[in-house]
Write a protein that binds this ligand. Structure first.
Ligand code: FB9
Length: 510
């Protein structure tokens, strides 16, 4: 019998019982019909909309048995279970009894039995021996559990008893059970008739509708859940992380160019051309268009970078190697958004050269970067880098430490450690570690440093302007927040859209 008919059958059964009893409680009804209470309430709601029945909600506290309670109900009080074992088998060790009765029953029973001085325990031999000859005739606890089980309505028992069995024995817990008193409604006589719930044109023809019974509008009915778009989980974290930067006065850098010249991605950052990360095993080089025209657009600056690499300057001895303009013009997929920072810092310097005024600035970027890395659960060939930098007079490491802490505090992190590290474009450099709020474990949350003068001075920035910067990834906080340990669950063709739709928003600490 398909569900529709079962549904109709259950409806008629309920109306039948209501006709006999005049009023019923939805919980008893469910017990009587041996159907789920929630399902019963669903049927009653449908009958109530048609005013065939009417209901009153009733809250009552009900006794629910805990696992220990169920054990006592089925096997008897824990101490009596011990007595029976000892009676039958003589002295037994704690571990023997624990294996036989289960460690909870043993520990609970042992305390009860010791309290009632019914057993003795020899620590040396771990032996438990029965001190009573006559087992209790009545198992108080089990009897009471039987009562609780048969009639779980709390009002039937002394509050002291309820307190004892819930707080001391932890055999029961109290649940608020919501149920409904169901009574006949204005249309009860009509029984389970089919009611029209919309006025159609045919019903209007020769006033057919006058003979029809219409169900009342249910203004409380929830509308159909409209499946509206859901923010990709990665983007929901991005928008929240962006929020922190904006609230801390940072401006967003334009990152709309995945393709970058090696010049801005490496050379402008004073990263030597023979640095391993500039090889194809780390960086994606473009075959078409293979080369950029950076020198054509920035001839003067292009050669200043050449000089700082080849022979240094501004007190630096440089990298002392033959710098190749071709190498610098090779187009790549940017390996970090620090390539964008170099362009923005160069523009700041140009502006300073034009106006003679340097205005301290705070910038951030969040966008894709590409690294030809070996793929694993947490690494794809691309990820979203988040970078922030502050360019200001006479700032340094201490400002960087403070800024990074203030930033990550807003991500819910509270304790930080900084480990000296190395980047070709920052000195000093530090890896940033933080204690994860939930599991208290220390995790690496990013990298940071003070941009080298060999990067800033060739741009033409004032010599007393320093730039502190830090970076981390978007995928990491997102994977932490959504408890994902495979980056492919977050990003790419294997993402489960449903998860995205159900995903909760990433909350930033106020
Ligand atoms: O994101 C990273 N970890 C991280 C960040 C946040 C987080 O959640 C917070 C609780 C809410 C959890 C973890 N890392 C950086 C650390 C590691 O995961 C690391 O193994 C992987 N790193 C990526 C690079 O992998 C090759 C993360 C990525 C990274 C590393 C460095 C930078 C940016 C991204 C940088 C930089 C930089 C340095 C100096 C100046 C300017 C930029």
């Amino acid at each position: 019998m398909d569900s529709k008919n079962t549904y109709e059958k259950e409806k008629n059964l309920i109306l039948e019982i209501l006709k006999q009893k005049g009023e019923i409680n939805s919980q008893n009804l469910a017990d009587e019909l041996k159907i789920d209470h929630q399902h019963t309430i669903g049927i009653i709601n449908a009958l109530e909309i048609k005013e065939i029945v009417k209901t009153e909600s009733k809250e009552k506290s009900c006794i629910i048995l805990t696992d220990a309670g169920k054990n006592c109900l089925n096997k008897g009080a824990p101490d009596i279970q011990i007595f029976k074992e000892l009676k039958e088998k003589g002295d037994l060790s704690k571990s023997e009894l624990s294996t036989k009765l289960g460690k909870n029953v043993l520990s609970h029973g042992f305390n009860l039995a010791m309290k009632s001085k019914s057993i003795s325990y020899d620590k040396k031999t771990d032996k438990i021996s029965l001190k009573i000859t006559q087992l209790p005739l009545k198992d108080e606890l089990q009897e009471t559990m039987k009562k609780f089980f048969e009639s779980p309505d709390i009002d039937k028992y002394e509050p002291k008893l309820i307190k004892e069995y819930s707080k001391i024995y932890k055999f029961i817990k109290i649940n608020q059970i919501k149920s409904f008193i169901v009574k006949p409604g204005p249309n009860f006589e009509l029984g389970n008739i089919k009611m029209k719930n919309e006025l159609t044109t045919d019903l209007l023809v020769n006033n057919e509708y006058e003979k029809e019974k219409f169900s009342k509008y249910n203004y409380n009915a929830l509308g159909k859940q409209v499946k509206n778009g859901a923010l990709h989980r990665l983007l929901s974290v991005r928008s929240q992380i962006r929020e922190i930067f904006l609230e801390q006065g940072f401006e967003e850098m334009p990152t709309n160019n995945f393709v970058e010249s090696s010049f801005w991605n490496f050379d402008a950052l004073f990263q030597p051309q023979q640095h391993p990360s500039r090889e194809a095993h780390d960086t994606f080089f473009l075959s078409n268009p293979k080369m950029a025209n950076t020198e054509k657009f920035y001839p003067e600056y292009f050669n200043k970078v050449k000089d700082i690499h080849e022979k240094g300057g501004f007190g630096s001895e440089g990298w002392k190697y033959k710098w190749s303009a071709d190498e610098a013009e090779k187009n790549i997929l940017r390996t970090h958004t620090t390539a964008v920072s170099s362009r923005v810092l160069y523009k700041l310097a140009e502006n300073y050269k034009k106006t003679g005024i340097f205005v301290p600035k705070k910038y951030f970027s969040i966008d894709r970067v590409f690294r030809n890395e070996s793929l694993d659960n947490t690494h794809l060939a691309e990820f979203h880098q988040i970078e922030g930098f502050i360019a200001d007079y006479d700032i340094g490491l201490s400002h960087l430490l403070g800024t990074v802490e203030q930033y990550f505090k807003r991500l819910g992190l509270d304790k930080f450690r900084f480990k000296p590290a190395y980047n070709p474009y920052t000195e000093p450099s530090m890896e940033i570690f933080a204690r994860h709020p939930n599991n208290k474990k220390w995790i690496e949350i990013g990298n940071s440093g003070v941009f080298r003068p060999e990067m800033l001075l060739p741009m033409g920035l004032p010599s007393n302007v320093n730039v502190i910067a830090w970076g981390f990834s978007l995928e990491r906080p997102a994977m932490l927040h959504y408890h994902l340990n495979n980056i492919r669950d977050l990003f790419g063709h294997e993402v489960n859209i449903k998860h995205t739709q159900e995903a909760s928003m990433y909350y930033i600490k106020e």
